[in-house]
Design a protein around this ligand. Structure first.
Ligand SMILES: Nc1ncnc2c1ncn2[C@@H]1O[C@H](COP(=O)(O)OP(=O)(O)OP(=O)(O)O)[C@@H](O)[C@H]1O
Length: 259
């Protein structure tokens, strides 16, 4: 597929904070309808990369194109363009405690898309069913739910607007391995069902293997390897190998910063 057909095309992305160069020229792209997972150690800049794509952080240099439109200048129109086609599952589920479950799912439908409460509630309950929860759950407060149920609700909220792009930020953090697998399966199923393009960031390799069509590894501010989940165990890259196998010994040295 030529670059012009890419859903998201990132070239030469740089972002620094004071003296710390976090992104040093990231090149990354994803075809429409594919699922790309970015892996990398703690503090390598995965969240910074995600925030640049979401329009929360402005890159210092480089471009981010979505459907051929450069959104890296992050004008109000660029942000609206992204918000209108994006759903997001946040690391900590990030549900509003003061709203019921269905109101959380329907929030954007009511306040941004101006749907009636009835239409938004119907859609929210449908989304709840899609993530394997009974409609009655819609009337509960988020605090009454387990962590796994909260993630399901967060996924229901992410898909409620039928987004063309879905972002997943550490979707399995805080879940036991079995619930993590349930969430991974749901992500794969729902992303395929709505035909969205998905970008996830995680350091959970089990999750990456499950939800990715392609995995890219971020290290020292650049993408150092990219390939299919089947190829990652024979990447031939010592950094990838160390990360995938979770070894303390190897070329990647973890540094502890003292404040
Ligand atoms: N707004 C900011 N101001 C200053 N430094 C920041 C800011 N955001 C991120 N950083 C720094 O950028 C680096 C990368 O952070 P980031 O959160 O992207 O890492 P990460 O790969 O997502 O890590 P983790 O897996 O632990 O969440 C860190 O050193 C962090 O302190």
């Amino acid at each position: 597929m030529s670059d012009a057909k890419k859903k998201i095309l990132i070239r030469g992305l740089q972002k620094s904070f004071e003296k710390r160069d976090v992104l040093r020229g990231v090149d990354l792209d994803v075809d429409a309808g594919r699922s790309l997972v970015v892996i990398g150690g703690s503090g390598t800049g995965k969240s910074v990369l995600l925030k640049c794509m979401l329009g929360i952080l402005k890159p210092d240099r480089g471009t981010i194109e979505v459907d051929g439109r450069n959104i890296s200048r992050q004008t109000d129109a660029d942000r609206r363009f992204m918000i209108n086609q994006t759903g997001m599952l946040f690391q900590g589920a990030a549900l509003f405690d003061s709203l019921t479950v269905w109101e959380n799912i329907a929030f954007r439908l009511i306040y941004s898309e101006k749907k009636s409460r009835k239409a938004a509630r119907d859609k929210a309950l449908d989304c709840l069913t899609q993530v394997g929860l009974a409609p009655e759950v819609g009337n509960l407060q988020p605090a009454a739910l387990s962590g796994g149920m909260q993630k399901r609700v967060s996924l229901a909220r992410a898909i409620a607007s039928d987004p063309k792009i879905l972002f997943f930020d550490e979707p399995t953090t805080g879940l036991d391995p079995i619930m993590a697998d349930v969430i991974n399966n749901l992500i794969v199923e729902r992303v395929k069902a709505i035909g969205a393009t998905a970008i996830s960031i995680t350091h959970d390799m089990a999750s990456a293997r499950k939800i990715a069509d392609e995995i890219a590894m971020l290290y020292q501010g650049r993408i150092i390897w990219r390939g299919s989940p089947d190829d990652i165990d024979r990447s031939g890259n010592p950094m990838v190998d160390q990360f995938v196998n979770g070894r303390a010994e190897g070329p990647i040295q973890m540094t502890m910063r003292r404040s």
